[in-house]
Design a protein around this ligand. Structure first.
Ligand code: GRF
Length: 190
């Protein structure tokens, strides 16, 4: 069984969706680890409730990014993690972590990349008044949301939709698309 580490820093709704998919059997993998850089994040509590082992750290306790990424790599290797699933981990991945897991790190982004990379993609799309936005799952490289695209799904921005409604529609798509895409990747054995 493939072992996944979910990296998250926030509410953890994608973590929930991935856990649910492992429970109902649509995702044949084990969520073996949560990695979180915000000790007070909601997702930490969720991991506790689910019995997911967690590596929670405060970046300020480390001299630099290289140091905390080296520690993360150590934990990932001890746990024999196969795939890193970024789900709202709000940091660029540095070389220290990228090199040993090249091609095995994926991210979900709430826009149709390459449109609206970076922070607040939903707000960016809303302000641009686009008629279609969506969700992208992509491999992670050293850039900001620049890695090779694996899957995308469009979301229509209906007339009169509020920003909150758009966010809800995008999150609903994320919660289906992410577990389904992970399942496809691991069964292809890439
Ligand atoms: C998601 O919208 C994801 O696309 C982005 O960060 C958000 C995380 O939300 N990368 P959650 O913590 O999974 O609810």
């Amino acid at each position: 069984m493939n072992k996944l580490a979910v990296f998250a820093s926030g509410a953890g709704s994608n973590y929930d969706a991935i856990i649910e998919a492992t429970k109902n059997g649509t995702l044949e993998a084990e969520i073996a680890l949560l990695v979180c850089d915000k000790p007070n994040a909601k997702v930490v509590e969720k991991a506790k409730q689910n019995g997911t082992p967690a590596f929670v750290f405060d970046p300020k306790q480390y001299r630099n990014k290289q140091m905390f990424e080296a520690k993360i790599v150590e934990v990932l290797q001890t746990e024999k993690i196969d795939w890193i699933i970024l789900a709202g981990y709000m940091r660029l991945i540095g070389d220290t972590l990228l090199r040993p897991f090249e091609g095995k790190i994926i991210n979900i982004h709430p826009s149709l990349l390459p449109a609206f990379p970076g922070l607040d993609a939903i707000g960016q799309a809303f302000d641009a008044a686009v008629k279609v936005s969506g969700v992208t799952v992509h491999y992670v490289d050293s850039g900001m949301d620049t890695g090779k695209i694996i899957a995308q799904q469009a979301v229509d921005v209906e007339d009169g939709m509020t920003r909150e409604e758009l966010q809800k529609a995008i999150q609903q798509v994320e919660h289906q698309l992410y577990p389904a895409t992970i399942q496809k990747l691991i069964t292809r054995g890439e």
